[in-house]
Design a protein around this ligand. Sequence first.
Ligand SMILES: *Cc1c(COP(=O)(O)O)cnc(C)c1O
Length: 394
Amino acid sequence: MADPRVLRAMSTPLLGQFDPEFTAIMGEVVELSRFAFQTANARAFPVPGTGRAGLEAAIVSLVEPGDRVVVAECGRFGLLTIEIAERCGAEVVPVRGEWGRIIEPDAIASALEGGRTKILAVVHGETSTGVLQPLEEIARLAHAHGALLVADCVVTLGGCAVAVDRWAVDVATAGTQKCLSCPSGLAPVTFNARAERVIRERRSKVRSNYLDLGQLADYWSPARFNHHTAPTSMVYGLREALRAVREEGLEARFARHRLHGDALRAGIDALGLSLFGKEPPERRLPFITPVVVPEGVDDLRVRRRLIEDFAIEIGAAFGPLQGKIWRIGTMGYSAQRQNILLCLTALESVLRGEGFRAAAGAGVDAALAHYAAAGAAGPLAVDDNLGAGGIGRL
Ligand SMILES: *Cc1c(COP(=O)(O)O)cnc(C)c1O
């Protein structure tokens, strides 16, 4: 769900892109992006386009034809990274892992040892399977081999820690429509001085004008290099979404995602459903719950009934997991107690219609017990957790 305060901000009248009022907003977006990425990098700004635009901008701007790029792949977005790197003319070395698991650092180390690598690209949160790839050790490995680490943080920014400086991630890319609860259309990125040097010292021109991070950095700097026309309403929306992150505070926001995800999983378990994946909780995304579709239950019919009867949209799955798992997202504005309880009630009802036997009320009871144990029971506040955009004000 988009945060209503973001949608309201997006309906603000437009400003010209060199209007001082607008350039001040751009400055604020840069400052807030640094906050969200936990970085002091000079470069932190949104690339125009959806999440993959940020990833593609990073790769097309860093890679020259023939450069060796190692990509860790254990899901759909790893595959996307491979495809983008191939299109940029890189010599791509994939490190493939089982979907539902992370890529072990040892496997990455041996790929890096196989040749002079310019970039190691990994997906921080693999949205297609729900795993969270730890980055710190991988960053050390990349640097020990003279490579830059590019991390796809599209699903993680604003939902769990993306500690760019602490982990020494050279380039991090994100999106607006996942844990930031803003419509899709911008891709916040940040990169350090090392990555910028690589971009500025290329032998050949970046093979994209629109996604040239050097030009985009100049456009977002006080130089105001004249590049694309500002997607004004998106910039308003992103600023508001990032302000909501700052007001809530990073730790509180991460704890909220964890709390509601855990409550949902307690309920899923009590309904007799199983989670997909073999990783321990610290290697799983707190805000994506992958659920195995039980034997004899029709994946599509369940999703259709959830959306038609309860207005709840849950995710289908991709590739080898299609029809086998659901992915329940509890990201950003959606991560609220009433949504979790409604989702569990709805699932129980719909699954009963499919002939799946779940103990009546068990899911909701388990989630409520989780909230009580976490000290998060009691009446919902008007703006529970969510600043001025809380559901009570709608
Ligand atoms: C959603 C997502 C993307 C792609 O973002 P788009 O906005 O659809 O272009 C890339 N990587 C990850 C991890 C994602 O979750």
